[in-house]
Design a protein around this ligand. Structure first.
Ligand code: SF4
Ligand code: SF4
Length: 304
């Protein structure tokens, strides 16, 4: 599933909740990544078969596939492949980042907001990614587990960007070489997308089941190494899709006041990076929040 969350867990929701709708996430999770788009265009019947399997597993009668409006070929392919005996809606969505974030997608599709700290099942929905749905279908078609996946290999620092079907375990070095190698001004390799991905210095690292993309950034696309104090301009507050206060959270993170961050709903932060992207002081806000979340998890583990 998205962020490598186990798909089978999502398909076995707690008994005290009723799931009425399966939502398929066809909104790409990050800029630059196009693997879900290509999957919908090239493997629409397979995606539909995966949806059939998942609807059966969940016992739901309704499914909605959310796809951003700038992918009309994917919308058309999915409409054409829709089986007549299932209630599957194809919903074009506004193009905006992070439309592919689970709670954003649920709000866009159902109009309902998942309460802070709660899971989607509390509002009666389960969300699955296009990639997971296609993978489930493949398991049923071939009997094989997930041994390969579609990976977007792209970025201005790469010679021949492509979406590739890649065996899990392939080294990043081989992947980049297959795409013509990197350009002279290539500066950084990111595994995942440019907003939420992780910089990877070791090109011997493998593609894993959760590798959606590999992005090679050119020098002018990378962050300046230096950051400056917050000037309280408020841009990060306007950018945050879940209405947090990244400015204050950032200051609390630097002071290691993690419990106070928790009280300020850090758990709702989806680490989308929108705040850091607009910050004129170049503060690594999402990184700070990721560190704070990890520290809180460690504290919880030590206490239990
Ligand atoms: S965008 Fe950056 S400088 Fe502006 S308020 Fe937020 S953290 Fe401070
Ligand atoms: S990373 Fe920043 S913008 Fe994104 S949800 Fe967290 S605080 Fe909000």
């Amino acid at each position: 599933g998205g962020a490598a969350f186990p798909t089978h867990v999502k398909l076995a929701p707690p008994k005290d909740h009723t799931v009425h709708t399966l939502i398929i996430n066809g909104a790409e999770c990050e800029p630059y990544l196009t693997s879900d788009h290509r999957t919908m265009v090239e493997y629409a019947p397979r995606v539909m078969f995966g949806i059939r399997v998942m609807m059966r597993a969940l016992g739901v009668e309704k499914c909605v596939v959310g796809i951003e409006r700038n992918k009309p070929d994917a919308v058309a392919a999915m409409i054409a492949a829709r089986p007549a005996d299932l209630d599957i809606g194809i919903l074009p969505l506004t193009v905006k980042y992070p439309q592919g974030a689970e709670k954003m997608l649920i709000k866009a599709v159902t109009g309902v907001e998942v309460p802070s700290g709660k899971l989607p099942v509390t509002v009666g929905v389960v969300v699955q990614n296009v990639g997971s749905v296609a993978a489930i279908a493949e398991v049923f078609e071939t009997g094989l587990p997930l041994v390969e996946r579609i990976v977007t290999v792209t970025g201005h620092g790469l010679r021949k960007p492509a979406n590739l079907i890649v065996p899990v375990g392939t080294k990043l070095r081989d992947l980049l070489a297959f795409c013509g190698g990197v350009t002279a001004d290539a500066a950084e390799v990111i595994v995942g997308g440019p907003m939420m991905g992780q910089a990877q210095g070791n090109l011997e690292a493998p593609v894993v089941k959760g590798t959606t993309g590999v992005v090679v950034l050119a020098r002018e696309e990378t962050r300046a190494e230096r950051s400056w104090p917050c000037i309280h301009c408020g841009r990060c507050l306007e950018a945050c899709p879940v209405f947090l206060n990244p400015s204050t959270l950032g200051e609390l993170a630097l002071a290691r006041r993690y419990e106070t961050m928790s009280e300020m709903h850090l758990a709702d932060c989806m680490l989308c990076g929108s705040c850091a992207f607009v910050c004129p002081s170049n503060l690594p806000l999402a990184q700070l929040f990721q560190g704070a979340k990890a520290a809180l998890r460690r504290q919880l583990a030590t206490a239990s």
